[in-house]
Design a protein around this ligand. Structure first.
Ligand code: UD1
Ligand code: UDP
Length: 373
């Protein structure tokens, strides 16, 4: 049987989590030849996801350097992909979301006149400098793509408004929900002794992550000062913070938070324990994109420490609140959720704006129909 050659290109943890279910489904299809190329913009954080989902890349550009800049990533990805694309000549390249790997992957394919499919297309904050460079990476990737896989109707509408032809947009849901449903288990037991020693029933456990470029420096200090204050004022609150490996973040987090016994600074978690930690948490404090999609499906309130979000669906549904990056605002909003049971219950509702676990199937069906395979 003639097979459609599909190359996935990705490089960071969130891209890997969201591409993995799609890749594994493509491997099951006898109509697709699936080639996986990782840029390794992330290294350890990427490898742990590849291991979990049993993905063995055909190509690994291994580009990560400590303290890399956007220009470093861009130049290494575009240089590395040139020969890979020349050698493989895929029918379509799939990229995901908004990272520099995404945009450079799409641009590399475009230079060789290879079609691009954009998974997780159409998210917009409306501000090209926030998130930076992600908002622009997404817009530019849209311009380079022939197929756009939009997680929600809102994302579809954003693309239509920008002039993308409707027959090129496919509303699929977000593959993150496919991954989440595979990862979360009832009665999950952690291997990490710190996580196993925590009383998730009687304590209010806040899971926190921060990494966005806009938050580097003062905003991140504000966030850390806020959480120090929150645990000081609330006997029953503890914070678990898997710290991103970026040295800018690690150093600051350890400097401001490491003396506080109720704040557990740990290494980034593998996806399975992290998803299960979200499932046991009381609330989530984060600037992550992916976590804003996962936590609503798990009935967990989220406070987003950013000025805006490109994921408005859960905000509109009332389970996500964007609280900004001022210390006192973060303290006030968190305190309300800790002490006002009604408010907590209003936010702790399961909603599913980002999909039902079938986004990978829908994406593959759309690709095969499009190419008439
Ligand atoms: C990148 C993406 C961002 C995405 C985030 C997900 C860009 C410009 N940024 O940001 O959109 O939200 O990934 O986490 O594409 N590091 C390691 N090991 C790892 C991963 C990172 O040591 O496995 C350290 C390295 O020192 C690296 C630094 O973290 O230089 C920053 O990584 P980078 O990919 O440049 O930026 P992120 O902030 O992770
Ligand atoms: N995540 C993880 N381990 C952690 C922290 C996060 O596996 O220690 C997962 C999380 O569940 C989500 C993804 O990583 O699926 C989000 O990645 P990140 O916040 O780094 O990037 P973003 O989504 O903001 O681009």
């Amino acid at each position: 049987m003639k097979q459609l050659k599909v190359m996935t290109i990705f490089g960071t943890r969130p891209e890997a989590i969201k591409m993995a279910p799609l890749i594994n489904k493509m491997h099951e299809s006898d109509r697709i030849e699936s080639i996986v190329c990782v840029t390794a913009q992330h290294r350890e954080m990427l490898d742990s996801v590849l291991n979990l989902f049993g993905i063995c890349p055909d190509y690994d550009l291994n580009i990560m350097k400590h303290g890399q800049t956007i220009v470093d990533i861009s130049s290494r990805v575009i240089r590395g992909l040139e020969n890979v694309l020349k050698e493989e000549k895929p029918d379509i390249v799939l990229v995901h979301g908004d990272t520099t790997t995404t945009f450079m992957g799409a641009l590399s394919a475009f230079y060789q006149k290879i079609d691009v499919g954009h998974v997780e297309a159409g998210l917009r904050s409306g501000n090209i400098y926030s998130p930076h460079p992600e908002e622009m990476n997404r817009k530019l990737t849209s311009s380079l793509s022939s197929m756009h896989f939009a997680p929600t109707i809102g994302n579809y509408n954003n693309l239509v408004k920008e002039g993308v032809s409707k027959d090129k947009i496919f509303v699929t849901g977000n593959t993150v929900i496919d991954a989440l449903l595979q990862a979360v288990e009832k009665d999950y037991v952690f291997e990490n002794p710190i996580l196993n020693g925590i009383d998730y029933v009687n304590k209010k456990i806040i899971v926190m992550t921060v990494h966005r470029r806009e938050n580097w420096g003062q905003p991140m200090e504000n966030i850390f000062n806020a959480v120090n204050e929150i645990v000081k004022c609330n006997e029953d609150v503890e914070i678990i913070y898997p710290v991103h490996l970026n040295p800018r973040i690690k150093d600051l987090a350890h400097r401001i938070l490491s003396n506080n016994k109720k704040i557990h600074l740990i290494e980034p978690l593998d996806y399975k324990p992290f998803a299960n930690l979200l499932n046991k948490a009381y609330l989530i404090l984060t600037d992550s994109g992916g976590i804003q999609e996962e936590a609503p499906a798990l009935k967990k309130p989220i406070l987003v420490v950013r000025e805006e979000t490109e994921r408005p669906e859960a905000v509109e549904a009332g389970t996500v609140k964007v609280v900004g990056v001022k210390t006192q605002d973060i303290i006030n909003e968190t305190q309300l959720l800790i002490s006002d049971e009604n408010r907590y219950k209003q936010m702790a509702r399961a909603i599913n704006p980002y999909g039902d676990g079938t986004a990978s199937e829908k994406t593959i069906e759309a690709i095969l129909n499009y190419y008439k395979y």
